[in-house]
Ligand binder design. Structure first.
Ligand SMILES: [Zn+2]
Length: 587
């Protein structure tokens, strides 16, 4: 909980929940709220809402709700202090140095910090080598030949790892322990462990940053014909290939704003595309996209144009990536660039030959993935039944993954036409596979409470938000015990205690401690469109509750009288009944 005056409270006051949640969920403005697809349960139509003024979120489907911290705790599966830290970092609020709980944590944090420092040091070393050594001059000539001028070199931090074999080692050795240097992956060790040497030699270096913009690895291209042509950093405590997308740190704002990303294979492609003015490009830095990379991308957009190399490996990679993207509910287009004078073109080559504008034009015309796949299937031999079956087997797994049934059906027609396959046969196959699809997650019905009555809802809203009179209102409800027996009794009880305290908590903090069902009702009430409450309205609501209370007592009294009309206390009961009838008439 964000205690008054605490760091957490300060973060909460400065953080914008729409911005923070917007990094995980695609939000659209809708009335006074923002809505999107709930990240906590599977759904196809948005029932997840964020309230920018109250700084709360609520899912009308699964009932999850709370403030910015509860969101991050839930989505990152982390404890409160970690959530505060994450929100602070996202909002650029400096985090006070945390007290590591265990010596182990302390050691890991120090190690990570040192590894990042080594990469920073290596980056400036490589940049300086490219800039001012004879070897570097050769590398620069090569880069210039590839269309990378001084401007691009500076912008993307391109550097050069010299051929000597221990130039970087000699540079960093005085500052860091040998063990750390080996752990960084930039320095290698021979089998005996006795001799250290540079991992990257005679190579152009491209710094790879994590999402936060810290360099965590290098991708390196051989300057000559040395093999392998590309050599990257190994997995280290700060770098996992499957968790990082090249250029993500710079692309993420534009990806969110434009709501799509261009996905290319290598860093040279990403650089070429970014230089063409398309800032929302990322590279998978490997032939195949990994699940964590898709999750990372999915936090910023669910729409992607895949532009991999046109060679066989690139095609296979495209198709593997397609499967994964579709499984993760991405809307995918595929850009297969036309050949340039019989040479298959990757984005880098295409832009160098045809210019940025031509690239942007083809990008805009990129077909939906099914179109691309049909094109691929049509290249197969379709003259025989066997060949058609092969083409169909190739297409079917993808078509199956189209979440929308109508769209799936449309594509079935298209495929039947294009491949000249009997449509009913195709549909039968498709329906069979569709039946095997996992159905959408159903929301647990016990979570869906009965809707609270209008009067209760209004009073709860006033107790939570009517700064002018919520204290008075809490006292009146408490004195008359007017909320007892209501379905929303627990919500009232908590709000009344809070309303009468000298240091009232914000409503969302109180709501965070409710049981699921109550929290759901409470957040729904906070999200309702409602007029400014007045004290007159509050009084009439109180009055209504009072009547209801009397009516309930009367009904109970009546049942007692009828059950035992000859009882000794009959007179008392009748007197009480008279009194209640009078009260009811007066109110
Ligand atoms: Zn939900």
């Amino acid at each position: 909980m964000a205690e008054a005056g605490s760091f957490a409270e300060r973060v909460k006051n400065q953080a914008d929940i729409v911005r923070v949640i917007g990094e995980y969920v695609r939000l659209k403005k809708s009335g006074q709220n923002f809505t999107g697809l709930c990240p906590f349960h599977g759904e196809k139509t948005p029932s997840f809402a964020v309230h920018p003024v109250k700084q709360i979120f609520h899912c009308f489907g699964c009932g999850k709700g709370g403030d910015v911290f509860s969101f991050v705790m839930e989505v990152e599966k982390c404890p409160f202090p970690e959530a505060v830290k994450i929100v602070a970092e996202k909002c650029g609020i400096p985090v006070p140095r945390p007290k590591e709980r265990t010596p182990e944590e302390r050691r890991e944090n120090q190690q990570r910090a040192a590894l990042i420092e080594i990469h920073r040091e290596a980056q400036s070393f490589f940049a300086q080598q490219l800039e001012s050594t004879p070897e570097g001059r050769v590398a620069r000539a090569y880069l210039e030949d590839r269309g990378l001028n001084a401007d691009a070199i500076a912008r993307f931090g391109i550097g050069y790892a010299p051929s000597g074999g221990d130039a970087l080692l000699r540079h960093v050795k005085p500052k860091f322990a040998e063990k750390l240097l080996v752990e960084s992956g930039l320095i290698s060790q021979d089998q005996s462990g006795a001799r250290l040497f540079d991992r990257f030699r005679k190579r152009i270096t491209f710094p790879i940053a994590n999402e936060a913009g810290k360099i965590v690895a290098f991708g390196c291209r051989a300057l000559g014909d040395e093999l392998p042509k590309y050599l990257n950093s190994p997995e280290t405590p700060i770098y996992s290939k499957s968790n990082v997308l090249y250029h993500m740190d710079r692309a993420k704002e534009t990806i969110r704003r434009q709501d799509f990303a261009v996905l290319v294979e290598g860093y040279m492609d990403a650089i070429a595309v970014a230089r063409a003015g398309i800032a929302n490009v990322v590279a998978s830095c490997g032939t195949s996209l990994a699940e964590p990379q898709i999750k990372l991308l999915g936090r910023f957009t669910k729409r992607v144009i895949v532009n991999y190399d046109p060679d066989a490996a690139g095609q296979a990679a495209t198709e593997r990536s397609l499967s994964l993207l579709l499984e993760n509910d991405f809307e995918v287009k595929v850009l297969a660039l036309p050949a340039i004078s019989n040479k298959k073109a990757d984005p880098d080559l295409f832009i160098r030959e045809n210019g940025a504008e031509a690239y942007i034009k083809t990008l805009k015309e990129a077909p939906a993935y099914v179109e691309y796949l049909i094109g691929r299937a049509r290249q197969m031999d379709l003259t025989t039944g066997e060949g058609k079956q092969r083409a169909l087997n190739f297409l079917m797994p993808y078509v199956q993954k189209i979440p929308n049934q109508l769209l799936r059906s449309e594509w079935a027609t298209r495929i039947a036409q294009q491949l000249r396959i009997d449509e009913p046969v195709l549909r039968a196959a498709l329906n069979k596979s569709a039946a095997e699809r996992r159905s959408e997650v159903k929301v647990a019905s016990q979570l869906v409470g009965k809707p609270a009555k209008q009067i209760e809802r209004r009073l709860i809203r006033m107790l939570a938000e009517a700064e002018g009179f919520k204290r008075e209102l809490a006292q009146r409800l408490q004195q008359g015990r007017l909320y007892e027996g209501l379905e929303t009794e627990k919500i009232f009880a908590a709000l009344i205690v809070a309303g009468m305290s000298d240091e009232p908590l914000p409503a969302t903090e109180i709501g965070a401690h409710f049981e699921d069902r109550d929290r759901r009702v409470f957040f729904e009430i906070l999200f309702e469109d409602a007029q400014e409450p007045t004290w007159e309205e509050a009084e009439s609501c109180l009055e209504a509750l009072r009547r209801k209370q009397i009516e309930q007592e009367l009904a109970k009294l009546q049942r007692t009288i009828e059950a035992n009309p000859s009882g000794a206390s009959l007179r008392e009961l009748l007197e009480r009944k008279q009194e209640l009838m009078k009260q009811l008439a007066a109110s």
